[in-house]
Design a protein around this ligand. Structure first.
Ligand SMILES: *[C@@H]1O[C@H](CO)[C@@H](O)[C@H](O)[C@H]1NC(C)=O
Length: 345
């Protein structure tokens, strides 16, 4: 082989390697862009399902990337199939967990401690094995707090709607917005957070609360409508704290009426909970107010609390979550037994 020939040979070889390399890169790119294309299509369908519109292409690109990451985690959680509950690509799928919790979880409870108060249900012994206040007509349809951290108002109002039904026989949907706008002289700060006990205190002092239809929900802080503030559709005469860190005590209370509970709802799995009995993971940094409207036992024997949330009915089980009950930790799952309370009427 002369040197010219050898050079030719070498360059053919080089070209071949380059070609091979290029085709490998090419294949990898096309696989990624296929995945991208189908994820892009999934995002597009999700946007149309939940009526999401972005201001510009930058925002859309940013949201698409968050969506893609969430979907990957949700799919891998569901595919692992090793928990008694499932996640879903719900309406919160284009929000990071930080964004999500910042705009919704406005329970300020970890700042204060429960004092010991009387507990009217302490000596109750005969407890039904299953309770569902929805079947007794004591629970209004699922509401949606939107991007306002006033979960505390929704939690307190749901508990008050329950006790009102049980004492008067009438279920009336009551106003969260009145609490957001008017209960501003104490700890409660509308969309910036508050406490269910303080809401009960305000309602007691104000001698009642008006209806949802008289004072509809807006999802932003507003000026108190004093006419509606003095229009009382229902009233309470006080509230009680459930003895802390006892799921037994909580069960006694929930057996008798819907109860406001504070939980740690900050986890990714809570954000995307879809169905089944939620068993965590979660901590006990209480940041969200919800309402326990029953309890029971799943077919496989797992005991649960039936909890009404305020994130609309496309989250969870039509707006509800079943959370594991009687766990080893005395605080209960996600701290559910730490700061429960209920209004008295
Ligand atoms: C529960 O029983 C104890 C002991 O008999 C009694 O002192 C207490 O007042 C009872 N509590 C209620 C709420 O009835």
């Amino acid at each position: 082989m002369d040197s010219k020939n050898q050079l030719q040979h070498q360059s053919t070889y080089l070209a071949l390697i380059l070609l091979l390399g290029a085709s490998l890169v090419c294949e990898a790119t096309s696989r990624t862009s296929l995945e991208d294309a189908s994820m892009y299509e999934r995002h597009r369908q999700w946007m149309s399902k939940f009526g999401r519109v972005y201001s510009d292409n930058n925002e859309r690109h940013k949201r698409f990337n968050i969506f893609r990451q969430n979907v990957a985690l949700i799919d891998s959680f569901n595919n692992a199939n090793n928990k008694p509950y499932n996640l879903a690509v719900n309406q919160f799928a284009d929000l990071t967990n930080e964004e999500f919790t910042a705009s919704r979880n406005g329970f300020k409870g970890h700042m204060c401690s429960n004092k010991a108060t009387p507990f009217i249900y302490e000596n109750i012994t005969a407890l039904p094995s299953t309770v569902d206040w929805r079947t007794k007509g004591a629970v209004t349809p699922i509401k949606d707090q939107g991007q306002c951290g006033c979960c505390w108002a929704f939690s307190a109002v749901a508990a008050m709607e329950g006790v009102t039904k049980l004492t008067t026989g009438t279920l009336i949907s009551l106003s969260e917005q009145e609490l957001v706008d008017c209960d501003t002289k104490g700890e409660d700060q509308g969309c910036q957070g508050g406490l269910m006990d303080d809401a009960f205190q305000f309602i007691q002092k104000n001698k009642g609360l008006t209806t949802e239809s008289n004072y509809p929900y807006k999802g932003v802080d507003g000026t108190c409508n004093t006419n509606e503030e003095s229009n009382h559709a229902a009233t309470i005469n006080g509230f009680q704290d459930v003895p802390a860190n006892s799921e037994d005590a909580l069960q006694k209370a929930v057996a008798n009426q819907p109860v406001s509970v504070a939980i740690d709802a900050s986890g990714f799995e809570f954000q995307f909970y879809s169905s089944g009995v939620f068993t965590g993971s979660c901590g006990t940094q209480l940041d969200h107010g919800v309402t326990a409207v029953g309890y029971g036992k799943d077919d496989d024997g797992t005991k649960y609390w039936l909890v009404k949330n305020s994130w609309g009915s496309s989250w969870g089980e039509q707006g509800y979550i079943r959370m594991q009950r009687d766990v080893d930790a005395k605080e209960g799952l996600c701290g559910i037994a730490m700061q429960a309370s209920f209004p008295t009427a």
